[in-house]
Design a protein around this ligand. Structure first.
Ligand code: 5AD
Ligand code: SF4
Length: 489
């Protein structure tokens, strides 16, 4: 057999990573070759991703591993031989979505026992959910979590080589940070790059610190090597990813150890180093916690035109009382002062936010404070969520509000958000801006879709040869959350 990854599969099993996973990719590949010989075609796979940008990026890693093994990707979940769900658990409706999909797959699995189903991601970090899957969804083949998803090939090999039934491996905390595994990017010209994992903030409503673990930053060397490699492969836009990028560098993860080294290298330093990479033309980052956004960061953005004029700055609530109960560690006034400071130095910045309605104890007056902030901060976009109770978080033990009251408040906030954001995001009408063309337009023949550096989309006449290039467009008409324009260069 061709040895696809240059590891010697007859050797003993490596203990070091990533050699160990490369070994198991080879071993899985052997099994898949046998499958191809029997069936005359490669098995297909589909990764269904729920949740945030982090999960989307993790899925690119899963896809890279599966393609190395010999699976072929399909968009069609209903036909795939191997379906993996990369789950989210930030709100309860994300959990419900998974159960809906699993219900639909059960029948297929009964008629096609060769089919494989895997579940990974944040939801699997909750022991009671894993117990439920073990009990109620026995037909699921593989379950793994956020700390060991790099081990998919090893777990899959165990499932395929031993008649063992369900394989479940979920770790309570990260063991090591495994670099240099295959990755299949969705777009050739833009990519997410993890700069840190986990979160230490423990906002009282949030499950993330429990399912993603303590904050740990990748070393600047690892990050810059990855960005350099992406640049060499033709990538022009980078999105630096972390739950709270502003605390990058406080804890570095080296090998399997978290090293507390007082931060003499921080997120603005990293941004400046990424700016120095010539072939990278645009740099984004996500997400910024308002309590940690420094003057240094604003100055670095101001003096580097490559850094997108867009800051996602989740406010969650406009009420200082609710912010305190949420453990956000800023007040309404702190947040508004930060908005002023950012706008003074970055006049054309687009601010976007996350807002939560229905946190325990929230009154009509608190909602008025949130509406106030929406109007003052002039967001281009605001993602508005109904608070969802998460077992194990401090807020779950607080007295919960009635759903009717919360819904009324939510609709009030949503109305103001819609009006404000539509007006604000239309402010560039008539101007000329640079966009990075991402795709052909799904709805309008002969149109392509590009993204401005402030994250707003523009549809304009053009063909697919433009995909991946920067084009100057005139923004002819604002349509709420996007523009229609035409190319001017
Ligand atoms: N309920 C509703 N929304 C939540 N978020 C985080 N936890 C919850 C929860 N328990 C929202 C926050 C966060 C975004 C990613 O998800 O607004 O910024
Ligand atoms: Fe959750 Fe708060 Fe961490 Fe964001 S900062 S992931 S909301 S705990």
């Amino acid at each position: 057999m061709d040895n696809i990854l240059n590891t010697n599969i007859n050797d003993h099993i490596p203990t070091e990573e990533p050699a160990r996973q490369l070994y198991f990719m080879d071993k899985c590949h052997e099994i898949i070759e046998d499958y191809i010989a029997r069936k005359g075609k490669s098995p297909s796979f589909h990764v269904a991703t729920f949740g945030c940008q982090m999960n989307a990026h993790d899925s690119e890693k899963l896809i890279g591993i599966l393609e190395k093994i010999g699976f072929k990707e399909t968009d069609d979940e209903a036909k795939a031989d191997f379906v993996i769900f990369n789950t989210c658990t930030v709100r309860e409706n994300a959990n419900q979505k998974l159960y809906g999909h699993l219900g639909a797959l059960k029948k297929r699995k009964e008629t096609n026992p060769d089919m494989l189903i895997g579940i990974c991601g944040c939801m699997m970090q909750q022991p009671e959910i894993v117990d439920y899957i073990r009990d109620k969804y026995k037909f699921v083949d593989l379950v793994f979590g956020t700390f060991n998803f790099y081990k998919m090939a090893e777990l899959l090999y165990t499932r395929l080589s031993e008649e063992k039934g369900q394989i479940i491996e979920v770790l309570a905390a990260p063991e090591k940070n495994v670099e240099r595994l295959p990755e299949k990017r969705k777009y050739a010209f833009k990519s997410g790059v993890n700069i840190m994992y986990g979160c230490n903030n423990f906002c009282t409503y949030c499950i993330v610190p429990y399912v993603r673990g303590r904050e740990r930053s990748r070393t600047p060397e690892d990050i810059l090597n990855e960005v350099n490699q992406l640049a060499d492969e033709g990538c022009v836009e980078i999105m630096l990813l972390g739950q709270n990028v502003n605390s990058y560098g406080v804890n570095f993860l080296q090998e399997s150890e978290i090293i507390n080294n007082n931060p003499d290298y921080d997120f603005p330093d990293l941004l400046e180093d990424v700016c120095k990479i010539d072939k990278i033309k645009r740099i984004r980052f996500m997400t910024s916690h308002p309590k940690d956004l420094s003057d240094k960061l604003i100055d670095v953005i101001a003096r580097n035109p490559k850094i997108a004029r867009h800051i996602h700055l989740p406010v969650q609530s406009g009420s200082s009382k609710i912010l305190k109960a949420m453990n956000r560690r800023y007040t309404k006034e702190d947040y508004l002062a930060l908005v002023d400071k950012i706008r003074a130095k970055l006049p054309d910045v687009s601010l976007t936010t996350d807002i939560m309605v229905g946190f325990p104890g929230e009154t009509v007056e608190d909602i008025e404070d949130t509406i106030d902030v929406v109007k003052y901060a002039k967001y281009d976009q605001a993602f508005t969520f109904i608070y969802s109770i998460r077992t194990g978080t401090p807020a779950a033990k607080m007295e919960q509000l009635s759903p009717d009251f919360v819904n009324d408040n939510f609709n009030k906030v949503l109305e103001v958000v819609r009006e404000t954001c539509a007006t604000v995001s239309a402010r560039f009408e008539g101007e000329t801006k640079e966009v990075l063309v991402e795709c052909e337009n799904d709805h309008m023949d002969g149109y392509v879709t590009g993204r401005m550096d402030n994250n707003i989309l523009v549809h304009f006449p053009g063909n697919k040869d433009l995909i991946g290039s920067f084009v100057t467009v005139k923004l002819d008409s604002a349509k709420g959350f996007y523009y229609i324009g035409h190319q001017v260069d």
